[in-house]
Design a protein around this ligand. Sequence first.
Ligand SMILES: *Cc1c(COP(=O)(O)O)cnc(C)c1O
Length: 419
Amino acid sequence: MTASTKSSVSLNQETLYKALGADLEKVKEAKTYKIEVPIEDEQGGEVTVNGRRVVMLASNNYLGLANHPRIREAARKGLDQYGFGMASVRFICGTQTIHKQLEERLASFLGVEDAILHSSCFAANEAFFTALFSGDLGMSNYRDVIYSDKLNHASIIDGVRLSRIAVKSTDARPYEHNDIKGLTAMLEEDASKDYRIKVIATDGVFSMEGDVAPLPELIALSKKYGALLFVDDSHSTGVLGATGRGTAEHQGVFGQIDVYTGTLGKALGGAAGGYIAGKKELIDYLRQKSRPYTFSNTVPPPIVAAAIEAINLLQEDNSLVAKSRENTAYFRKEIVRLGFTILPGDHPIVPVMLGEAAVAQDMSRVLLEEGVYVRGLWYPVVPKGEARLRVQISAAHTKEQLDRALAAFQKVGKKLSVI
Ligand SMILES: *Cc1c(COP(=O)(O)O)cnc(C)c1O
């Protein structure tokens, strides 16, 4: 590179901020600029926005635990007994008895041997592959491979990327969404390549579609080809399955998943924190090798205490899971009856399909005016021409709230000629 071309792309503070501003203008022109709408009170079936009560159809608060009296109380007790923070990572002085308890409870809830907390599921996913592949395990000249569903969460995609950069002996094999045939062909093709570690990575439930991964087929493939099956069940733990144990319970294959990751930031209280769960040797290995675990702070005690209570609630009875399911079935049936098109399924994520981005944008804006808080998704988050509103139903919703939301959908849908 010559000196003159170098200086032409060299930005100082002034020109850098200008360039950032110009780039943001382009994002706004493309209508992909994300606007935050501040909520004036706590998360729930209804929230206050601009001084008005609106029905919340956009949160991952599937069981209503984000503001449940028993969760609030558990967090308060956790605060009183164990304090606010630990000012430490886990291995220095950031492990309390409740951290160990929560890890045991999560593992047994998921039907595996052990679990390791991280500050988020994003961090857990970023950590996993790099940590797993970090040692040579007494071998030389090996490569590892990750087969990853193309619609997997951004944190899995970043985890794969990081592993390829940091470990350098990692291959990535993205497969089409839920395409068992394509994945089988890849595994078959790679069978002669003598990979050291093979991982099949999938979301349990996909956040844009609300659809589930075909776990029975993935389990069969993982057994046949000796690949670890990694399932990020963030949208499903506490939600699917008769007792809320997730996608595997839902599909009748509970106990057959090698590795889970998940979040405490959705159904299990909605605060923050994530985990990896699986075999004892694997979790022990990650405790030594995961960089986000080693170099980032421990999960705060009030959150840990509240997460334990969330699991208590789930294990006492399945009434919240049942309520979430009942509300979901009701909303799915009624919104179709009004003439809207949804993606089929039984997850509380209900994508209401609208086609053009402009329609989804108008619809979500007018719905907020009519007392419903729901977010639109459009290209590039979903394919072109598949813009949608992503409705999320919760056990926190009353039937009256759901009916109010449905009435607003009908009114706005007619106004905008969607139905
Ligand atoms: C929400 C989500 C995450 C991120 O979880 P955090 O704990 O908020 O970082 C990761 N994976 C999937 C599949 C998710 O839906």
